[in-house]
Design a protein around this ligand. Structure first.
Ligand SMILES: Cc1cc2nc3c(=O)[nH]c(=O)nc-3n(C[C@H](O)[C@H](O)[C@H](O)COP(=O)(O)OP(=O)(O)OC[C@H]3O[C@@H](n4cnc5c(N)ncnc54)[C@H](O)[C@@H]3O)c2cc1C
Length: 394
């Protein structure tokens, strides 16, 4: 009997892959009551209620003939006895895939007020939809990729948005001040207020949250609040049973330290395809690829995971913005006709890039980057990449 913990992109992909190859019984535990959804679409879902969020269809559990334990949360895993303890009962497994993903990590006090939301679950987004209204005042804490995207979508919905960030820039773990400034300018033109160098300390209120207070004592009042301060993997139920660091440790075949247990997605630490560094690479396509590889290896195929990619594209800015790979060390930059391109090249290999404006070569660059080919002789051509005028951006 095969069990899967988590029906996010990684878990449901693993289930689908297994079902294509065998009729064996598959039990899938999903803590959330909703059908499997794609969290990367949640910001769009907030605005449009797009059903694309249910990317495998609402009937996926039935279609794949899964024994779906919906709304049932795994509390403890015992590897010696192959037992899964949930909030409703006990189950034994022969083979297991852990795909329990991640949840919000927020180091601020007072997180439990009902008008503090996050985008780590569709239930939270549904609740936020109910209270949204033009002119309401939202305070978002954290200007990482998610906080920035949420700020832009709320702004489109007519909400008065203030984005508070602990460091001096947007997406601080990826961008420097120069590239952050491109985004800041456009966001501010749209009416998003951005406050830098203000680490949030606590949420304050009475019954409902009234304000967030920063470490230097400044008070930011709002009607509702969004915590976008990071994520933490859901590993508590298996701690001590399998090897973990920040996330679950897996090898290149998505095998954990315990026999017949595999892991995939945001819950585990994998290898960066380019640098070989091992950590969590939280990204939809990594989760899907890992889900497939974990499933195939569980079934006995020897399939090696090629490694994780680091790639983000920010929507809703009014121009294209794509960042990929390692954005560290020396770089070459081209700024012309409303476009900004930056390339990180080490010993002739493209390690990372930032494309703002014309991103039509993003696919080609991505392939060049992951192929690891020496691109020295193409560098001249790189400089001659097409330059387009981009409306609303120069
Ligand atoms: C707002 C937002 C925007 C994003 N935008 C992008 C984007 O533009 N591009 C991109 O590539 N990626 C994006 N991501 C990241 C991407 O969505 C994640 O990397 C991906 O969802 C990881 O999939 P997963 O299945 O590993 O984990 P999750 O999506 O976290 O799913 C894990 C599932 O397991 C369940 N679970 C957890 N613990 C238990 C338990 N104990 N018992 C039973 N069930 C459990 C959870 O309820 C959850 O449904 C975004 C994420 C968010 C939140």
């Amino acid at each position: 009997m095969i069990s899967i913990i988590g029906a996010g992109p990684a878990g449901i992909t693993a289930a689908e892959t297994i079902r294509k190859l065998t009729d064996e019984e598959i039990t899938i535990f999903s803590a959330e009551k909703a059908p499997p959804y794609n969290p990367a679409v949640l910001t769009t879902y907030l605005k449009t209620s797009t059903q694309d969020v249910f990317w495998k269809g609402k009937d996926v559990f039935e279609r794949l003939k899964l024994d779906a334990r919906v709304g049932e949360s795994v509390r403890k895993l015992e590897t010696k006895s192959n037992t899964i303890h949930t909030d409703r009962g006990e189950y034994t497994y022969e083979k297991l895939i852990i795909a329990s993903g991640s949840r919000l990590y927020a180091p601020l006090k007072g997180l439990n007020y009902p008008n503090i939301y996050n985008f780590k679950s569709i239930t939270q987004v549904e609740k936020l939809k109910e209270i949204l209204g033009r002119g309401k005042k939202a305070i978002i804490i954290g200007a990482g990729f998610q906080g920035t995207e949420i700020a832009l979508i709320l702004n489109e919905l007519g909400v008065d948005v203030t984005l508070i960030e602990a460091t001096n820039r947007i997406m601080p773990d990826r961008l420097d001040k120069k590239t952050s400034a491109f985004i800041e300018r456009v966001m501010e033109e749209k009416g998003v207020k951005i406050v830098f160098n203000k680490p949030g300390k606590e949420f304050e209120g009475n019954g409902i949250c009234r304000a967030v207070i920063t470490e230097d004592g400044e008070v930011f009042e709002g009607d509702f609040f969004i915590a976008a301060t990071g994520m933490i993997p859901n590993i508590e139920f298996c701690r001590g049973e399998i090897e973990t660091r920040k996330g679950i440790i897996v090898d290149d075949f998505m095998r954990t330290s315990a026999e017949n247990i595999f892991a995939c997605g945001d819950v585990c630490e994998t290898k960066n395809r380019i640098t070989g560094e091992r950590r969590i690479f939280a990204n939809f396509w990594n989760a899907v690829r890992q889900g497939k590889v974990a499933a195939l290896n569980l079934l006995g195929f020897e399939v090696k995971y090629e490694g994780s990619d680091v790639i983000n594209s920010l929507k809703k800015l009014g121009f294209h913005f794509v960042i990929a790979g390692e954005l560290k060390g020396d770089y070459e930059e081209i700024q012309a006709k409303g476009n900004y391109w930056r390339f990180y090249i080490e010993e002739g290999r493209l390690k990372g890039y930032i494309l703002i404006g014309d991103v039509s070569n993003a696919g080609l660059l991505f392939r060049l980057m992951i192929s690891g080919h020496d691109i020295s002789r193409f560098l001249g051509r790189l400089h001659r990449l097409r330059e387009h005028e981009v409306p609303g951006f120069n």
